[in-house]
Design a protein around this ligand. Structure first.
Ligand code: GGG
Length: 360
């Protein structure tokens, strides 16, 4: 008898276009379940946290929010950020609170060139490129350490300190994660990114850990590249990349660059993983809340649908994840594209096309 695989997903649409793209990803997964003849099912519970919730309560998430989420198989997240709440308050109050609270220390951000989409780098019909940015997601520049000091200083004399924290354990686990991921890819290569010539403590520790860990993976090619040089390499020699591992801030910036080079930030998917599975992992498009286009039905749902595919991978449903990715590629190849990638299709058109292509 075939077993039904059932997953409970907490959805947090968040702010702006978050609601539109989460609805899109959710309907793709529901379509997959409907077509599974009862062998796959998802139940969803939606949580209304974000900047509107902040306007009503003064908080981005309910006090017992993390506790409520703990029992779910995954969290599916939209976007955070709205002009009514300072960005550092909304980010720390929701996304970073969940990532750090659930020890989602590995943020996986694939950079994928899709058929039918012209990138600033290359024509739509050239061989597609893909690489993965692995972002340290728990410490580094986003550790939250620092402060502002007014003491004894007059106007214009304030000092603010923002410390980056690098622990040997934190560096080692993300670097090993990157090497393990490289072993699953055709090109077994890890590029480590720091700015250790200028940041001589934490990033030198990162470099040392990278060299030590690399010795355990003699079958994997390696390189250590400064972040400024890596930004240039993304543009000039992207075909030389496979897995790029970097600190929280550097990988945040590089992954946005990668998705822009692939055609649009709206295409980029991500997974915030707690690899030990002690806590739920969280899946979200890389893009933010896009207040300029929110509510118009024109945002690109591909990043969120790709994030749903990463969630399927996490559930061990790799065949289903591949089906979703194949349907995304077919949708783009057929020219059903939103405005950000040169088309005129609406969010709902792209979503419906992906669902149609699921059938093969
Ligand atoms: N869906 C991702 C999102 O809402 N990102 C907003 C943002 O500013 N993120 C910064 C970060 O990734 O740390």
């Amino acid at each position: 008898m075939t077993q039904t695989r059932h997953f409970r997903i907490a959805s947090i649409p968040g702010d702006g276009v978050g609601a539109e793209v989460v609805a899109a990803g959710r309907s793709v997964l529901d379509a997959l379940a409907s077509a599974s003849s009862g062998t796959l099912s998802f139940t969803w519970e939606e949580f209304p946290w974000g900047s509107d919730y902040h306007a009503r309560t003064g908080k981005m998430i309910a006090d017992d929010g993390p506790e409520l989420l703990r029992g779910f198989d995954a969290v599916y997240f939209g976007a955070v950020g709205w002009p009514t709440v300072p960005d550092h308050v909304s980010l720390w109050g929701l996304r970073l609170r969940l990532c750090q609270g659930f020890d989602q220390w590995a943020n996986v951000r694939p950079v994928q060139f899709l058929p039918g989409i012209t990138s600033p780098l290359r024509a739509a019909d050239t061989t597609p490129l893909d690489w993965v940015v692995v972002r340290e997601n728990s410490e580094g520049e986003y550790g939250g350490f620092g402060g502002r000091n007014f003491a004894g200083r007059g106007p214009g004399g304030e000092i603010a300190v923002q410390s980056a924290v690098f622990t040997e354990v934190g560096c080692e686990r993300i670097i090993r994660f990157a090497f393990d991921l490289a072993r699953t890819r055709e090109r077994r290569k890890v590029s480590s990114v720091t700015k250790s010539n200028a940041q001589q403590y934490g990033m030198v520790l990162w470099d040392e850990v990278f060299t030590r860990v690399a010795a355990d993976y003699p079958d994997v090619e390696t390189e250590s590249v400064l972040v400024d040089a890596m930004a240039a390499k993304f543009v000039l020699r992207p075909e030389d990349l496979s897995v790029v591992v970097a600190s929280n801030l550097n990988a945040d910036i590089l992954s946005d660059l990668g998705s822009a080079l692939a055609g649009s930030l709206g295409l980029a998917a991500s997974a915030n993983l707690n690899p030990e599975r002690r806590y739920p992992s969280m899946f979200e498009p890389v893009h933010g809340s896009a207040p300029d286009i929110a509510g118009q039905g024109i945002c690109n749902p591909i990043g969120a649908i790709g994030s749903a595919a990463l969630m399927l991978d996490h559930f061990g449903l790799s065949a289903e994840a591949t089906r979703v990715r194949t349907a995304i590629a077919a949708t783009c190849a057929a020219g059903t594209l939103t405005r950000d990638v040169g088309g005129t299709a609406l969010t709902k058109d792209v979503t419906a096309a992906v669902i149609d292509h699921l059938a093969g």
